[in-house]
Design a protein around this ligand. Structure first.
Ligand SMILES: *[C@@H]1O[C@H](CO)[C@@H](O)[C@H](O)[C@H]1NC(C)=O
Ligand SMILES: *[C@@H]1O[C@H](CO)[C@@H](O)[C@H](O)[C@H]1NC(C)=O
Length: 208
């Protein structure tokens, strides 16, 4: 084996073992890496938010039926918790959850909200106002991108519709993940960023 090839093989093995290592939190799908997030951020259209026509929550139907009696919310609760037991209606009757925004632990399903990481109103202001209702429904129920996450209702309320220039998860160690997820979702759905939001995202990425 040529030395260069040998090094490549070793690096490949290292990369594999990093990927295979157990991940700390049980939460949303892992977002893109920092370099990809930087590229994506550079590709996002910069534009002022617009609320014309005005946002309404009704324009984003939730929750879709996903599997049997399980809807999108139930699926996220099962994914994000441990020892989750569900009833015949698929609602969790018991389980353990860690809210990744604030590291708070919970055992009651109803104490948790499913947060839209990029809030529905934020999506509306940055492009979803031009979509069909079907497209908005797909966005609001997206289990593939890092967009839905079970968090305590307290932290969901403090976040509201704010973007990362106005609000970041209180758990500092989660802010990079949050920022990369935000950028990935905005990029996938071709949503714009406003100038202050872009500055905030750029600044956080430099620390990741
Ligand atoms: C989260 O809380 C647990 C204890 O509940 C603690 O052991 C852990 O270090 C905390 N993680 C972070 C990132 O603060
Ligand atoms: C979480 O907060 C957002 C923004 O205020 C809100 O739209 C959403 O309904 C909240 N989630 C739940 C389950 O209450």
């Amino acid at each position: 084996m040529k030395p260069v090839v040998a090094i490549a093989v070793v690096l490949g093995l290292l990369a594999t073992s990093v990927v295979a290592a157990p991940t700390a939190g049980r939460a949303l799908p892992a977002p893109v890496d920092t370099a990809t997030a930087q590229t994506y951020l550079g590709e996002l259209k910069v534009a002022a938010d617009s609320n014309d026509p005005a946002y309404s929550r009704k324009l984003f139907p939730t929750w879709d039926k996903i599997d049997g009696t399980c809807n999108t919310r139930d699926e996220v609760m099962k994914r994000d918790g441990t020892n989750v037991v569900t009833g015949s209606n698929c609602i969790a009757t018991s389980g353990n959850w860690i809210s990744p925004y604030d590291n708070a632990t919970w055992t009651e399903e109803r104490s948790l909200d499913i947060d839209h990481l990029v809030p529905l109103k934020e999506a509306w202001l940055s492009g979803a106002r031009d979509w069909t209702t079907k497209q908005r429904e797909a966005f609001a129920n997206d289990l593939v991108r890092p967009q839905l996450v079970a968090v305590t209702s307290k932290v969901n309320r403090s976040k509201g519709d704010k973007d990362p220039a106005q609000w970041l998860p209180p758990l500092t160690s989660f802010q990079c993940t949050y920022t990369k997820a935000w950028i990935e979702v905005k990029h996938y759905y071709a949503l714009s960023v406003d100038p202050k939001e872009k500055d905030a995202l750029t600044s956080i990425l430099t620390k990741c």
